[in-house]
Design a protein around this ligand. Structure first.
Ligand code: NAP
Ligand code: GCO
Length: 266
């Protein structure tokens, strides 16, 4: 094995929804491994902020405004990227939303909105980049799954349905395109300190910790929330030639949550 197998030099990587959060940190890891970074966000102001944030890290990222649920907009963006930057070698379907609403209070429209961003969009974007990967004779697709690809919890029915579906979409892309030297895997982050989970970590009015914050720390062997930077290494591995024999796998980067019954309350 050659350590260069872990490098991404000469590769074009598209990370969706990567102005900040997990996507931004995965893209930073890709850049450190030599990849050219392309990202999108839904609003120009966020793309501009993202470009500035990448620049501050010494990364000349290419940013595009695109709502990943809009198939025409996605096809247009991919065509522009292929013309302006190059054919996409690595796709990370990272863009995602969550709505924490008890199922009987959630409207069908709200349920559909989460499915649209977290499941339909990864299908749309993967479908747009696959032809280029087939032509090139290689490709890496990484879908950002979740603990909720395996577990349920109150108020996240739409999100769990989407992330469970994303696990199976990952396995199906693996099955359908493995013969073209395209590997499709998932990353299942545990509980990561990003804007998406900020409401679960907010201090209470009396200054005490959010109950969910204490709960997650008791469910994680290391007793802490994970940092978005901690996803970069696993993502680089799955984006590199070092993982060419890994396909259809969901790599849980969860600090051991799925292996642990949880700390006994004192
Ligand atoms: P985040 O901080 O909420 O960032 C999500 C990103 O996706 C934002 O840049 C957002 O842009 C973008 N986005 C949302 N809808 C979009 C759309 N329709 N088109 C284009 N971009 C869109 O979330 P995060 O914590 O970094 O999570 C990133 C991914 O990891 C998500 O798929 C999430 O489900 C998954 N995940 C997160 C955790 C965690 O603990 N944080 C754990 C497991 C999995 P806007 O700001 O413009 O909306
Ligand atoms: C929640 C959290 C989780 C995380 C992540 C866990 O409300 O339980 O937002 O869903 O985002 O998906 O892996």
């Amino acid at each position: 094995m050659n350590m260069n197998d872990f490098r991404l030099d000469g590769k074009v990587a598209l990370v969706t929804g990567a102005s900040y959060g997990i996507g931004f940190n995965i893209a930073k890891g890709f850049a450190a491994a030599g990849a050219t970074i392309v990202f999108n966000d839904i609003k120009q102001e966020l793309v501009d902020k993202g470009i500035a944030a990448y620049k501050a890290e010494g990364i000349n990222a290419h940013g595009y405004v695109c709502d990943v649920t809009d198939e025409d907009a996605v096809n247009e963006m991919v065509a522009k990227i292929e013309k302006e930057v190059g054919v996409i070698d690595i796709l990370v379907n990272n863009a995602g939303i969550i709505k924490r609403i008890p199922m009987i209070e959630m409207t069908a429209a709200q349920f559909r909105q989460v499915i649209d961003v977290d499941l339909n969009a990864p299908f749309i974007v993967a479908k747009a980049v696959l032809p280029g990967m087939i032509k090139k004779g290689h490709g890496k697709i990484i879908n950002i799954c979740s603990m909720m690809s395996e577990l349920g919890r109150e108020t996240v029915s739409a999100y769990a349905a989407a992330k469970g579906g994303l696990k199976m979409l990952t396995r199906n892309i693996c099955s359908e395109y493995g013969e073209f030297n395209i590997q499709c895997n998932g990353i299942g982050p545990g509980y990561i300190a990003t804007p998406q989970t900020a409401p679960l970590r907010e201090r209470q009015a009396d200054g005490s910790r959010h109950p969910f914050d204490s709960f997650i720390c008791a469910k994680t062997p290391a007793g802490r929330w994970l940092e978005p930077e901690e996803l970069a290494g696993p993502a680089v591995f799955l984006a590199s030639d070092a993982s060419n024999a890994v396909n259809g796998h969901i790599l849980y980067v969860d600090g051991g949550i799925l292996a642990y019954i949880g700390k006994q309350p004192k």
